[in-house]
Design a protein around this ligand. Sequence first.
Ligand SMILES: Nc1ncnc2c1ncn2[C@@H]1O[C@H](COP(=O)(O)OP(=O)(O)O)[C@@H](O)[C@H]1O
Ligand SMILES: [Mg+2]
Length: 388
Amino acid sequence: MKTTEETTAGGGDVRLTGISKTYGDFTAVHPLDLTVPEGSFFALLGASGCGKTTTLRMIAGLEEPTAGTVHLGDQDVTALPPYKRPVNTVFQSYALFPHLDIYENVAFGLRRRGIKSVKKQVEEMLELVQLGEQARKKPHQLSGGQQQRVAVARALINHPKVLLLDEPLGALDLKLRRQMQLELKRIQTEVGITFVHVTHDQEEAMTMADCVAVMNAGRVEQLGTPADLYENPRTTFVANFLGTSNFIGAEVDSTSGDDIVLKAGGGKLVLHRARASAPATTGGKILAGVRPEKISLTHADDAGGIPEGRNRITGRITESSFIGVSTQFVVDSPVCPDFEVYVQNVDRDARLVPGAEVVLHWNPAHTFGLDAAQDVDAGVGTAEEEVA
Ligand SMILES: Nc1ncnc2c1ncn2[C@@H]1O[C@H](COP(=O)(O)OP(=O)(O)O)[C@@H](O)[C@H]1O
Ligand SMILES: [Mg+2]
């Protein structure tokens, strides 16, 4: 899909420098530096009101920044009106022209620019979004997912350097949304241009994006690949917003080589130094985090069989919910009253029921360490509330 002109123009990087937006005395976006690499699928992820749309609109030129600059490649576009920027936006409401058929909706951008021979390009675009068969239908005759694909084709036919998508799948039901996530990802891979995708849905961001910026209250809290954000969250907000985390308030007991030995609830735990995002000085506090699926659950009667060298905590099961692929347990322990543990359904131990005394154990490498001076529950529930 790329033409020589597009690839050599080198214009696909989006670079925000010190960009901010205030409304009166309210700051929607705090000064922000962000580079979106050319050709990447980039997600801005965060709860409602955290400043995602405002950031996107500043890239599009639909919102004037209070301070800072927007570059596309080497070009400073801060002062350019939206229509002069090589950028197109797809919104949640597809805003197709109801009286035009699909073909003419897609052709619209070319016709407006006075281009007469649109057939080849329109057909290519319809092919790309797999709607060749639907060309002569009207928008209302298509499903929501198909209409959204028309909106994407209509934007891409203008050959933008960057496609901005603001919650484009928000109006679709869950199943269709899943399909469209894969579909949009395929389209992006095929056309190879930069996509900046705004969503409040962490699963959506993780599935689609090469790189995710997690936003919280007008700031980018952390930036990384989905796996990196999930495995190495640097704040409780990111740890809780992307999936579920358990936190243990611990004290640094000693350090030895690459290991940090922690004291928690009368026991010891090991944290690898490379996984501590806060300084660990003897006597200092640290939050030890571990994801529910990294933990094994062993009935207390079998505790002798747990291999040496694993982090372990004793507790009592308070809840268990069988969900087919796994069972989700809640365990009351001296270090955390509601430890969450997900056990894969391989060989189910019938003794693991509420009331059972158990040992939770995991590989120390799966522990991450965070600054203890933050709210353990930051970001909890924000993702779920939105979806509901
Ligand atoms: N035109 C405006 N005037 C005043 N406040 C605004 C305006 N636009 C957005 N905001 C506020 O800025 C914050 C960020 O909004 P927005 O970028 O739309 O968030 P998101 O897209 O992450 O839900 C919100 O608190 C919103 O109410
Ligand atoms: Mg928004």
